[in-house]
Design a protein around this ligand. Structure first.
Ligand SMILES: [Cu+2]
Length: 133
């Protein structure tokens, strides 16, 4: 009986694909694909449950992005340390991004811009700005 359970497990493993099977290597969760919001003049990103949602977006050049803090605690929105120059002063500190506060920035140049909440360093996001086709 034990043997047939093992065989079933092996078969299930093979069917599910090698990646999901038994090794002790840490699982690497691929980042979800960015949310494609091209074609919108304005885009909204929430800071909620200590996450920026959606965390990664694609927008057209000239799009106004507005972050809204939907948590009960203060966050900030700051350029990541190694991020590209956003083309203008970017960011809102915690005194301007408390609960229910918003921050807006219009992305005037193309590029991939990384930002973060420096209070909760796992909170980070990315705005891919592309020239209109
Ligand atoms: Cu935060």
């Amino acid at each position: 009986m034990k043997r047939s359970v093992a065989v079933v497990a092996l078969v299930a493993c093979a069917l599910a694909g090698a990646a999901s099977c038994g090794s002790s290597r840490p699982k690497v969760t691929p980042a979800p694909p960015p949310t494609d919001l091209r074609g919108h003049k304005q885009v909204a990103i929430d800071a909620v449950l200590d996450q920026f949602t959606p965390a990664a977006v694609i927008v057209d050049v000239g799009t106004k992005v507005t972050w809204t803090n939907k948590d009960a605690i203060a966050h900030n929105v700051e350029k990541s340390a190694d991020a590209l120059d956003f083309g203008a002063k970017f960011g809102a500190d915690a005194s301007r991004f408390g609960p229910a506060q918003t921050y807006s920035f219009t992305f005037a140049k193309a590029g991939t811009f990384f930002y973060t909440c420096t209070i909760h360093t796992l909170m980070s996001g990315k705005v891919e700005v592309v020239a209109k086709a």
